[in-house]
Structures are given as structure tokens and as C-alpha cells.
Design a protein around this ligand. Structure first.
Ligand code: KIV
Length: 271
């Protein structure tokens, strides 16, 4: 037995067993050591080092600008904070779409340099060869269908996807292809709940929903959104569990006030 194996770790197999047992899978994003540690110790099943780091960490309008190097930095930091959960790292825009050799090289860099357990990439049949090549190299792949933010300029809007028959049929074909290509799970973003139910029942690998209703096998949210760090982002699917923006603002104002009034530091806070 390895000296590192006291904690029962979540693996891709664990997630598939959870689906088989009807046990829901919890997933949240994290991009740094400190929050990854809190989230892991709270008992999350999966941490996604999402390319939403481009928005919430770097302040970009879309996920497109984040680079492989930046994703590797975020993933390395998050991995240092975890002991138990499975860590999935988003492959950023431009690192897997051109051809499957580029995709494999990018996935290998993520696995080798971060210590994460798997990668996620967006798309269906268009990226199938890349998925097969990465899976063939022994790297677990999570798929992502529906609203795929790296294609925002193709969609032109962040509205619900696959409401029309043609797009819904494509999604159904794609999810079966992803399963056959060896994906261990698939994120379904912003699609009708009835479609998410249908495809979750169609495949044996877990579906993880965001804005895809309650019938997915698990749920994912962006940590900054659910903790209320972000105030501007208010989609219907988001439940806020905290209002850190307000609490942090109050705390910082109190600190400023204490400094200005020479109340901080006091005797017991001094040497
Ligand atoms: O980058 C991300 O945070 C994601 C989730 C929205 C699923 O892909």
C-alpha cells in the first residue's frame, strides 16, 4: 500500500458506480490551492479547474483567451490543495481542435505538469478523433455538450441550447459518440431539463448538469457564482449559497476604518 493512500479517493470508476446506484455527483470549480482545499475538505466529489478561470480569475469576457500555461498554473495550485476528490482540468480553446496530435500533446502536458486526474473538452463529433487519441493514451476525458462557451462566437448568445429538434438530435448522437469514444462523464450545459433526462437515461456514463435540470446524474456550478463573489452573473439556474461580495466588502470597510482610527493594531496585536 502506498504511503499516500489513507484517504479513499474519488476516481472515474467511483463516479460511474455512483450513477449506477442513483447517487448524485457533486462538482464545483476551483482555480487555486486555498479554495480547492476548502472544497475538497467539505466533501465534494469532483473539482473542475474550469477555463471559466478566464472570466472569474482573469476578468476576460469569454473563456477564449486563457492559455494552456495559465490553465496548468491554476491546476497545479488546485491539485496541491486536494486529498480526496477527482480533479478535472479544462483544455483551453485552441489546444485540441486543430488535430488529434495537438490534442494529445496538450492533454499530456496537463497530466504531466499538474498531477490532475483527467481533462475536459468541449464538443461532439467535431472533436471525436481528439477524444479517442487522448483516451487511447490512458487519460480520462470528460465531455461537454450543449452550451459550450468556447463556441460563443458561433452561437452569438449564452441562451439555452438544443431547444429545436435538429440541435437536440445532434446532441443525442454526440453523447452516444462520446460514450463510445471512452469519455467517463459528460457535462450538459444549459439545455432543457427534458432533454437532459432523456440523454442521461440513454447512456451509462454520468451526466453532470449546469442549467440542465434535476435529472442529470450530478450538478456543477462555478464556485465564484454560488458563493456570491460575482454579483453581475444571475442566470435562472444559479442558486447562491453565500454573499461573499457583501461580506468581504463589509470586512474590508471595517479594516480601513480601524486603520484610519488607529484602532488596528492594538496592544495584543503588537510585539
Ligand atoms: O469552465 C467551467 O467552469 C465549466 C463549467 C461551467 C462546466 O466548463
Amino acid at each position: 500500500m502506498s504511503i499516500h493512500s489513507e484517504v479513499k479517493k474519488v476516481t472515474t470508476n467511483t463516479l460511474q458506480k455512483m450513477k449506477a446506484k442513483g447517487e448524485k455527483i457533486s462538482m464545483l470549480t476551483a482555480y487555486d490551492y486555498s479554495f480547492a482545499k476548502i472544497i475538497d475538505q467539505a466533501g465534494i466529489d469532483v473539482i473542475l479547474v474550469g477555463d471559466s478561470a478566464s472570466n472569474v480569475m482573469a476578468g476576460h469576457e469569454t473563456t477564449l483567451p486563457i492559455t494552456l500555461e495559465q490553465m496548468i498554473y491554476h491546476a497545479q495550485s488546485a491539485v496541491r490543495g486536494i486529498q480526496r476528490c477527482l480533479v478535472v482540468v479544462d483544455m483551453p480553446f485552441g489546444t485540441y481542435q486543430s488535430n488529434s496530435d495537438v490534442a494529445l500533446a496538450s492533454a499530456i502536458r496537463i497530466m504531466k505538469e499538474t498531477g490532475a486526474h483527467s481533462v475536459k473538452l468541449e464538443g461532439g463529433i467535431e472533436v471525436l478523433e481528439s477524444i479517442k487519441k487522448i483516451v487511447g493514451a490512458g487519460i480520462p476525458v470528460m465531455g461537454h455538450l450543449g452550451l459550450t462557451p468556447q463556441s460563443i462566437y458561433k452561437f452569438g448568445t449564452y441562451t439555452v441550447r438544443a431547444k429545436e429538434l435538429e440541435e437536440a438530435e445532434k446532441l443525442k448522437n454526440d453523447i452516444v459518440l462520446l460514450q463510445e469514444a471512452g469519455c467517463f462523464a459528460v457535462v450538459l450545459e444549459k439545455i432543457p431539463s427534458a432533454l437532459a433526462k432523456e440523454v442521461s437515461e440513454l447512456i451509462h456514463i454520468p451526466t453532470i448538469g449546469i442549467g440542465a435540470g434535476k435529472y442529470c446524474d450530478g450538478q456543477v456550478l462555478v464556485m465564484h457564482d454560488m458563493l456570491g463573489i460575482n454579483t453581475e452573473f444571475k442566470p435562472r439556474f444559479l442558486r447562491k449559497y453565500l454573499n461573499i461580495h457583501e461580506q468581504a466588502t463589509d470586512a474590508i470597510k471595517s479594516y480601513i476604518n480601524d486603520v484610519k482610527n488607529n484602532d488596528f493594531p492594538n496592544e495584543s496585536e503588537s510585539y
